[in-house]
Every structure is written in C-alpha cells, then in structure tokens.
Design a protein around this ligand. Structure first.
Ligand code: CUA
Length: 338
C-alpha cells in the first residue's frame, strides 16, 4: 500500500468520525441523569457510541476511498481481478469485533449488577398502575398514598409494581430505566435519586384511550424535606376535619387524573364529572351520600350513562382505611354538587 493511500484513508476516516462525533455530542439524545443508575447507563451508552463512531469512520473511509480510486472507466467492461481471501484480514475482522462485543457485554453486566445492588436503609414504595393513573404508596409510612412520586435524594429506593388492569410501563427519563407493569406479576425497579428536581413520570406502553394522559411527576427532595412531607401527609389524611382529610385523600389517590372536581382544581375527563354528583344521584334514584359511597366501593353497580364500565378500580374503596373513605365521601358530597 502506498503512503498516499494511507493518508487518503486516514483523512476520510477522520472527517467521517468527526462528523459522527459532532452529531453524537451536539444533539441532546439523553436527559441529564438524576439517579446513580442513570449515570452508569449513560457511561455504557457513550462507551458503545464511541466504538460505533470508530467503526463508522473505518467503514466510510474504505467505501469512499474504493468508490473514488477503483471506479471503472465508462467504457471498461472487463472483470476485476479474481480474489481468494486474505487470511490476515479475516483474522483481524474476526478478532476485533469479538473483543469489542465481549467488552460491551462485560461492562453492561457490571453496570446492571451495580444498578440492581440495593444500598443501606432501602425505602420501599409500591407503585400501582391502572387506566389511567399512577398511585404510589409508602408501606414504611402506614401505606401513605400519593399521586406524585416523592423521593428523598441519595437514598436507595425499591419500587414494586402492580397493575390493576393491563400492561403499563413506568418511565422517568432522568432515572434512565423503564419497567413494564404486567397484571399478575410484581416486578421491581431500583433507583437512587441523586439530583434534586421535578421530573416527569410517563406511561410508555399503549394502554387504552387515556394512555397519553397517564402522567404524573416525581419530585426528588432532601431527606429532611421528605420526612417533613411524610409527617404532613399522614397528618392531613387523618385530620379530624373531614373536609381537609377528604381533600388530601382525593389528591393523594390521583382521583384528579380521571375526574373533574372544581373544588380540587381537577379537570380529568375519563370518568364522570364530580361537579354533577347531585344530578347523577337523582338519576340513580339514590340518596347522595349512599350513592357516592357505593360508586367508590362498588363502581360497576351503577355506571353513569356516557361513561365506560370497568374503568374505575373497584379495589380502591376497600384498599384505603375506613376513616379516609368516610372523609372522602363527606368531601365529595359537600363539594361535588352544583
Ligand atoms: Cu398506562 Cu399507557
């Protein structure tokens, strides 16, 4: 091979690699990580991207050089020289990819095992997915529920998923991982948030008409602020003032995702409009309070016309403490009538 050819190949390779590297760096492919796990995944991502850029540069250099230098003259109909392989080249193109793929495999395995390794003092959170809302409950804090995923910074968090209906998928882009929620299974996901902020929680599996609305937020706060939030919420839902407690129960259980209720600033459109509860109760020929209670505990007993059956989860009314259910019924009967 002549020195001129090597220089041309190198030149093309450097330009192609430079363009690929610029595209890789200039575009915001991934959000800034907000968890230790996401940072490790980002490292692995860039490790693979760099390998790909180098291979891309080599391939483009070989292709462009061949197209330009070995192109046939317009009137040349002759065959090219017969070639019977090149042992050295074949060994090289077998060994190099083997080493690269092995390196990617080993580094990925290390990242996965580190990401799954729980830290000390793990915070357990149960995540319930249903059409079309996320609910988070904190078994270490008397099953306190929240429609927003509240997390303390720098603490190992283990999410355990339950789906009440179909397959959903939990995704916080900044946490770098996705987890499908499959009915009948209880998969887990380990997160160690390491950046304060508010991040989107997205359902990333088509799960029905309201799929696009199945969103909430994750808030990463200082451990102190988190403890304060837990104490404040526990106090709110058990407040002797049924109106206050009911408002907290309504908010913490994500009712707003599906229902409209002016008093709570809720504007959901999936389920019946709770501002019209008095009218609905009259149509159902039931006293208001009894109607509200049975609609929560046994939602399919009477379904308001114009709304789908089997969407309101029947387990909700039986899974919260009776005192909170009473507070919610009082709250809805006082605020849900215009
Ligand atoms: Cu739940 Cu899409």
């Amino acid at each position: 091979m002549r020195r001129g050819s090597i220089a041309s190949l190198l030149g093309i390779g450097i330009v192609a690699g430079g363009i690929a590297a610029a595209v890789a760096v200039a575009l915001p492919w991934l959000p800034t990580p907000a968890s230790r796990e996401a940072s490790r995944i980002d490292f692995e991502f860039w490790f693979v991207v760099i390998i790909c850029i180098v291979i891309f540069a080599v391939v483009i250099a070989a292709i462009l050089y061949s197209v330009i230098v070995f192109r046939a003259a317009p009137d040349d109909d002759s065959d090219g020289p017969p070639i019977h392989g090149h042992t050295g080249l074949e060994i090289a193109w077998t060994i190099v990819p083997t080493l690269l793929v092995t390196a990617i495999g080993i580094s990925s395995a290390i990242v996965l095992s580190n990401d799954d390794a729980l830290g000390k003092n793990v915070l357990h959170i149960n995540v319930t997915a249903q059409q079309f809302a996320w609910t988070f409950s904190y078994p270490d804090s008397k099953n306190l529920t929240s429609a927003t995923l509240m997390l303390p910074k720098d603490r190992s968090v283990l999410l355990t998923f339950t789906s009440k209906d179909v397959i959903h998928s939990f995704w916080v882009p900044e946490f770098g991982q996705k987890q499908d929620t499959v009915p009948g299974l209880h998969p887990t996901l380990h997160i160690t948030p390491d950046r304060l902020g508010t991040f989107p929680v997205i359902c990333t599996e088509l799960c029905g008409l309201g799929h696009a609305t199945m969103r909430t937020t994750a808030i990463v706060m200082s451990p102190k602020a988190f403890d304060k939030w837990v104490a404040g919420q526990s106090k709110a839902v058990t407040s002797p003032n049924a109106g206050q407690a009911g408002a907290a129960v309504f908010k913490n259980n994500g009712c707003a995702a599906c229902h409209t209720l002016t008093a709570a600033g809720a504007a959901g459109k999936v389920g019946p409009d709770l501002d019209k509860l008095t009218t609905y109760a009259k149509q159902a020929k039931q006293p208001l309070a009894a109607f509200v209670r049975s609609s929560i505990v046994d939602p399919n007993a009477y379904v308001q016309s114009g709304y789908p059956k089997n969407v309101m989860p029947g387990t909700f009314g039986t899974s919260i403490p009776k005192q909170q259910l009473d507070a919610l019924v009082t709250y809805l009967t006082t605020n849900g009538s215009k």
